[in-house]
Design a protein around this ligand. Structure first.
Ligand code: NAP
Length: 486
């Protein structure tokens, strides 16, 4: 197979600003590594504030014309992006795997998921509507006019290098906004490739700008402080989200915040255990566990604890670990050494407090950032991994005996992104859906991500929704006109 880097020519490993692909004004660059080998795979431009503001100049200049572009035309450009991504799926997937580490099959899944945002919002672009009605007391009419919010700043994480950007860029463009995306420093290549694809299909200059940088703090601060920026959409940790919310407040920006999670996955004794096992494997191991919606705590009702645990541990132990580009690999490399160390420490902490390791639990020697699929039982309530986001292939199993008890434990966290419930009892499922303090619930399903569904959290997992019809509303303001008509 050819080198996955061949798809992104050296001239496109630079900043995408307006109609240009250009170096950072300072000439600085930084390296991108393959997390499975630790080897350098590319060098990209390292933007500073000057470059960030140049991207905002471009986005601001392009704003009026893009907003005035007929919705059908905008829609067609989004459809063309969907088609191009789908046709080039294999190239994009290999690039994702190379810079992020996930197995190729998962990367292909991410391309399909990411591309679908463009198709979905191509369909939404032509369905933005206002209202016209008579004021209740009569005498005048009320007209609502949806308008694009304006230039948007996007900050995205490394765990889904395509999809997390697609989820923002597609609705923004559909609504008529222009964009500046700052991808994670560890995975900038996929976003540059997306910008290249969007240039090729004819998206006008200035509508999609991409600024790669290792100086996220200063570049993003400058963008958020500039009055021309009208919206921030951030996906990443709750910790950084809080910092950016404070900065956004100074400029009273519209914000969408997709932050961290601490999902409880609840297996009731009446569940179909085959379904629960499939669901738990997906919810835990999709994306090597490096997902905001990963099952972080698996609660199993006492009567089925033994059987579920034995079968789950067997499946976890059978997964193969290796370079994501190699055939047959289920579990690729984690993003970096810090991630492996953090997970190792969480496992050691749980074991020190009395947990038992059934599978895995020992980091391997050798290059690359690997950690084996790991299952822990008898995990005490004070184990740090029940509070922290594990973000890796480690599954703590905890037993429960009543719905009230497990509901209280599931909700005992600052996070509120998603919960999973496995039961054949409809009323029980609905009680959990109503009682879980989360933005999303998977019922007898471990996979809930879908561009046509509103994705987002409550509590400290975020603000706003991505995907679905709600997704485009995040990029629209409403002007109301009072029209005198006695
Ligand atoms: P992160 O450390 O918060 O980084 C996310 C992005 O923010 C990166 O682009 C990062 O740039 C940038 N950043 C970091 N510090 C910044 C600052 N002071 N000012 C401006 N930007 C800053 O998160 P991550 O480790 O990449 O991603 C994992 C986290 O994302 C997890 O907590 C996960 O749950 C969350 N996540 C949430 C969702 C959701 O939809 N709710 C989806 C996916 C992931 P650098 O790369 O240069 O540091």
């Amino acid at each position: 197979m050819s080198d996955p880097m061949n798809v992104l020519a050296p001239e496109h490993r630079r900043l995408r600003i307006g109609d240009a692909w250009r170096d950072a004004a300072s000439g600085a660059t930084f390296v991108v590594e393959d997390p499975a080998t630790g080897k350098t795979i590319a060098e990209v431009a390292d933007a500073d504030v000057v470059d960030g503001l140049a991207a905002l100049d471009a986005a601001s200049k392009a704003m009026a014309e893009w907003a005035a572009t007929p919705p059908r035309k905008r829609s067609e450009l989004l459809t063309a992006t969907y088609r191009a991504l789908t046709e080039r799926s294999e190239e994009v997937a290999r690039l994702i795997t190379l810079e992020m580490g996930k197995p190729l099959a998962e990367a292909r899944g991410e391309v399909a998921y990411g591309a679908e945002f463009f198709r979905w919002f191509a369909e939404e672009a032509v369905r933005v509507e206002g209202r016209y009605n008579t004021a209740p007391a009569g005498g005048y009419r009320i007209l609502t006019v949806p308008k694009p919010v304006g230039p948007c700043v996007f900050v995205t994480p490394w765990n889904f290098p395509l999809a997390m950007g697609a989820r923002k860029i597609a609705p923004a463009l559909a609504a008529g906004c222009t964009t500046i995306t700052k991808p994670a420093a560890q995975t900038p290549l996929t976003m540059l490739f997306l910008a290249r694809i969007m240039e090729e299909v004819g998206v006008p200059p200035g509508v999609v700008n991409v600024v790669t940088t290792e100086r996220a703090g200063e570049v993003v601060s400058a963008l958020l402080a500039d009055r021309r920026t009208r919206k921030l959409s951030f996906t990443g940790s709750t910790e950084v989200g809080r910092v950016l919310l404070r900065q956004a407040a100074d400029n009273v920006l519209r914000t969408s915040m997709e932050l961290g999670g601490n999902a409880a996955l609840i297996v009731c004794a009446d569940a179909d255990l085959d379904v629960a096992l499939d669901g738990a494997m997906v919810a835990k191991m999709r994306n090597i566990g490096e997902s905001c919606i990963a099952a972080n705590r698996i609660y199993v009702e006492e009567p089925v604890r033994e059987e579920f645990t034995a079968r789950f541990a067997k499946r976890m132990g059978a997964l193969s670990v290796g370079h994501g580009l190699d055939d047959g690999v289920d579990v690729g490399a984690l993003i970096d050494e810090a991630s492996v160390t953090k997970i190792d420490e969480l496992v050691a902490d749980a074991v020190n407090r009395g947990a038992r390791v059934l599978v895995g639990g020992e980091r391997p020697d050798g290059p690359g950032h690997f950690y084996p699929p790991t299952v822990l039982v008898d995990v005490p309530e004070d184990a740090r991994m029940l509070e922290a986001e594990i973000f890796g292939p480690v599954a703590p199993i905890i037993s429960f005996t009543s719905d009230d008890e497990v509901m209280a434990k599931a909700n005992d966290t600052e996070h509120g992104l998603v919960g999973y419930v496995f039961t054949r009892d409809l009323q029980r499922a609905l009680r959990f859906t109503e009682g879980l303090e989360t933005g999303m619930v998977g019922i007898n399903r471990g996979l809930i991500s879908d561009p046509s569904a509103p994705f987002g959290g409550v509590k400290q997992s975020g603000i706003g929704k991505e995907g679905s019809h709600e997704g485009i509303l995040e990029y629209l303001d409403v002007t109301y006109a009072a029209i005198d008509l006695p």
